[in-house]
Design a protein around this ligand. Structure first.
Ligand SMILES: [Zn+2]
Length: 352
């Protein structure tokens, strides 16, 4: 390059052709230099185009990854105080991480730092008065937009208790959970769930590790009470093991999702992993999540963390990062639906 510059300069500056050179030699050198110049310009243009294009792609990718959704509602956390003088039915006392007070101050800080804008608390107690306890705990805090409480669905006084609770507009539904397993084919249970549906409140359903049988139970309820909004917790309670799910499970999921009143919380991934601490790469969960996505689509999936159970595997931020690896691949619109729009519809949160 240096020699070329010297020659170009010499040729440009010289008034006459050096006498020792023939005219042909002079033209040949000029031609070679022109061609080299053209090649240089062409290469430079290609480089600039390549750089611009790749940085453009990078910008687009970054936008998909980091563009904030309008809201981010965590629809699944638990608040409780193990120091209270009551029977603590959950978490187990030997769980040193969870058997600690888990209160709004701690959660709010972590969640807000991870972009969360609102929270639906889910019951963690078999005691009816604890519905009020949670609502009082977050009474003056707009960050806490809802409670999925617990009222005994086998009880004769279900309607009375529900009527009392729904006075508070933040009481958005129940997650039926008793000391013993609940018979969801029982007439009174179904009658009570119909009352819940008539009140336009939602039912969360927990079937951790319940497999196909657990899904069959709720599929039947969904069929019998088609206006009952049902949200199945924690990726349908699947035990993630990094393997593809069975065909039988897949067809059960499709059958369940054929009821438009059923949604799925893509929540609790850390807890549902059979490998502990849970893997942080989405590939481990991908096969199951794809089935959920194919079956429930963009309008019936909901974000939830299951904090503080997440603590067994990682930070709150790491959990958001994990699920975001999945939902980001579905585009910004899917993210808006997943992080808040669907939750707002399903729990009547009025968030727009
Ligand atoms: Zn939970």
């Amino acid at each position: 390059m240096f020699m070329e510059m010297l020659l170009t300069g010499y040729l440009a500056n010289s008034q006459s052709i050096p006498s020792s050179w023939s005219l042909n030699t002079y033209h040949s050198i000029q031609l070679v230099l022109k061609m080299k110049y053209l090649i240089f310009v062409f290469t430079a243009l290609c480089c600039i185009t390549a750089i611009t294009t790749s940085s453009g792609n990078r910008c687009e990718a970054a936008e998909t990854e980091v563009q904030r959704t309008k809201h981010r509602i965590d629809t699944h956390i638990h608040l409780y105080d193990t120091r209270r003088n009551i029977e603590i039915t959950w978490p187990p006392e030997n769980d040193k991480i969870l058997y600690q007070p888990h209160l709004p101050d701690e959660y709010s800080k972590l969640a807000k730092a991870a972009g969360v804008t609102g929270v639906v608390v889910v019951e963690a107690s078999l005691r009816y008065p604890d519905n009020r306890w949670v609502l009082d705990l977050v009474e003056d805090d707009d960050f806490y937009v809802g409670l999925v409480g617990n009222i005994d669905v086998t009880g004769k006084d279900f309607k009375k208790k529900l009527t009392a609770q729904k006075e508070d507009s933040r009481f958005v539904g129940i997650r039926p959970r008793n000391r013993d397993s609940i018979d969801f084919t029982d007439k009174r249970v179904l009658r009570n769930l119909k009352i819940l549906a008539d009140s336009n409140l939602t039912m969360d359903y927990l079937t951790n590790g319940g497999g196909i049988d657990g899904l069959k139970i709720i599929e039947e309820v969904a069929r019998k009470i088609p206006h009952l909004k049902i949200v199945v917790n924690h990726c349908l309670g699947y035990n993630f093991d990094g393997e593809a799910p069975s065909d039988d499970w897949i067809s059960m999921v499709k059958q369940l999702a054929s009821h438009p009143n059923v949604s799925c919380k893509i929540s609790g991934l850390y807890q549902r992993s059979t490998e502990q601490p849970a893997p942080k790469q989405i590939a481990y969960y991908q096969d199951v999540l794809s089935i959920i996505w194919d079956s429930f689509g963009t309008d019936r999936i909901v974000y939830g963390s299951n904090w503080p159970v997440t603590k067994h595997s990682g930070s709150y931020q790491s959990y958001v990062d994990l699920v975001d690896q999945f939902i980001s691949s579905k585009g910004q619109e899917a993210r808006e639906n997943y992080y808040w729009r669907n939750a707002s519809k399903i729990y009547n949160l009025g968030i727009k």
